[in-house]
Each structure stands twice: as structure tokens, then as C-alpha cells.
Design a protein around this ligand. Structure first.
Ligand code: PGA
Length: 259
């Protein structure tokens, strides 16, 4: 693929595979991890992070010293205590996790609020993890209300972050209508949204906003990833379905390497 001269891939695209509640067994998780590992080792243009179900994490990370980093799909804003069913960011860190996905649309649909994401971003940072704060509107009309919606998510979610810590924060813009959909948002629309996201963070925290990394997520695969990375003004991608299929993840990482 020949790129127009004004567009270049980000130095190394950050590709975060969100496995969600997949695969059904640890045996298959190991197979998927091994395939991802192989693809990541030969991937030229990408740094790969995987977010398996937390029950598989420690076993997958044990003894692994390769290029892939690990993320949790969610963790509590509390440290320890009577919180049945929860895990903490400290526990994740103890399992060699470096990133924490926060406020994914599917967690928000289950009741997570902007206030919750604020506490989780703060907790992830204080445990030394990199928060990946997910934002994105449910639908788009012509009146531009989606911008106000995303601004609210950013303003509350990042309210307690010290400006100096913004370089450790990642924003994943995932329009809910493009998650699990037939096609992704256009790179042109993502470019506009990236500028808007940075402007919102600038209003909140000033110049340090330039240090925040922005990812796009929603129906990314090998066919649309290169264009999103070159034209969408993003540092990487949050990938659901394509990250849970041994062939698709390989094709995706190859497509990025060939771009
Ligand atoms: P998808 O999921 O790539 O399957 O659309 C993305 C996500 O929910 O993070």
C-alpha cells in the first residue's frame, strides 16, 4: 500500500486486544495467546497488549518474557475488602498486568458511571498501571450532541488526574454504534474526534493534553486498520472480535506491518 506523503503510521501502533468473555476454556485461551505471540513477534509496526478474562491472566503471563503486555478488562476502584466478585488493580499488577481498560461500553451498559471511571483511573495510576479510559456515544444525530456526551465522559473520567500524569493515560474512543458492528467509523470522522478529544483535555488540564495517547475501537480488522492508523490521528487500536481469532489477529498485525 502506498501512502500519501502527508500520512505516516504512528511510530509503533499500540494494538490492544480485548478478548471480552472469550474463549470458553483456558486451553483455547492458551492457543489464542500462542498465536498472538507468534504474530506479535514478527509484527513490525505494532506493540501488542492483550486483555484476557482475568481468570486466565496469571497463567498466561507466568514465565512469559516476550513483547506482549497484559491488560485487565476491568478492576475495582477499591484496594481490598468486602467486594464480592471484584478484583483490584493491585492484584492485576501482581499478575504482571501493566494496563487497565476502564469504562468499556459493555461495563457502562451494566451500570458503570462516569464517576466510577474517575475513581478507577485514579486507582490504576496510583497502582502504577496505565489506564485505558473508554469513551464514546451511543448514537449520532445531526445536532452534534455526541460531542457533548464524549466531553462529559472525559471531563469526569480525567478530573482527578494530575496533568503530569496525562502521559500515562490512554483514551480509547469507541462509538458504541461501531462496536460489534458490520463496519468501523471512517478515519476522517476519527480524525475530527481525536482533535475534539484533545481539545476537551486541553480545556481541563492545559498543555499536558498533548501527551495523551488516543486509540480508536469498534469493528477493526485487517482491512480497515491501516487506514485508521494513517488517517485517523490515533496512536493505536482497541480490537474486540479480530483479537479473539487466531487467523484474524495474524492478518491484522501483518496488515499494519505492511502499511
Ligand atoms: P469489536 O469490539 O472490535 O468487536 O467491535 C471492540 C471493543 O468492544 O472493544
Amino acid at each position: 500500500m502506498t501512502l500519501p506523503s502527508c500520512y505516516t503510521l504512528p511510530m509503533k501502533a499500540l494494538i490492544v486486544g480485548n478478548w471480552k468473555m472469550n474463549p470458553a476454556t483456558y486451553k483455547d485461551a492458551k492457543l489464542l495467546f500462542d498465536a498472538t505471540k507468534k504474530a506479535a513477534e514478527s509484527a513490525k509496526g505494532a506493540t501488542v497488549v492483550v486483555a484476557p478474562p482475568s481468570l486466565y491472566l496469571r497463567e498466561l503471563s507466568k514465565g512469559y518474557r516476550g513483547k506482549i503486555a497484559f491488560a485487565v478488562q476491568n478492576a475495582s476502584a477499591e484496594t481490598t475488602g468486602a467486594h464480592t466478585g471484584e478484583i483490584s488493580f493491585a492484584m492485576a499488577k501482581d499478575a504482571r498486568v501493566e494496563f487497565g481498560i476502564i469504562g468499556h461500553a459493555e461495563r457502562r451498559a451494566a451500570g458503570e458511571t462516569n464517576e466510577d471511571t474517575k475513581l478507577k483511573v485514579k486507582m490504576a495510576l496510583s497502582e502504577g498501571l496505565t489506564p485505558i479510559l473508554c469513551v464514546g456515544e451511543h448514537s449520532r444525530g445531526t445536532s452534534g450532541t455526541h460531542f457533548a456526551f464524549v466531553r462529559d465522559q472525559l471531563r469526569t473520567g480525567l478530573m482527578d488526574v494530575e496533568p503530569a500524569n496525562l502521559k500515562k493515560v490512554i483514551i480509547a474512543y469507541e462509538p458504541v454504534w461501531a462496536i460489534g458492528a458490520a463496519s468501523a467509523m471512517s478515519p476522517r470522522d476519527m480524525h475530527e474526534m481525536s482533535i475534539f478529544i484533545r481539545k476537551c483535555i486541553f480545556e481541563l488540564h492545559g498543555e499536558a493534553a498533548h501527551a495523551v495517547r488516543i486509540l480508536y475501537g469498534g469493528s477493526i480488522d485487517a482491512t480497515n486498520a491501516p487506514a485508521m492508523l494513517t488517517e485517523g490521528d490515533v496512536s493505536g487500536l482497541l480490537v474486540g472480535r479480530a483479537s479473539t481469532d487466531t487467523t484474524h489477529i495474524k492478518e491484522l498485525l501483518q496488515a499494519i506491518g505492511n502499511a
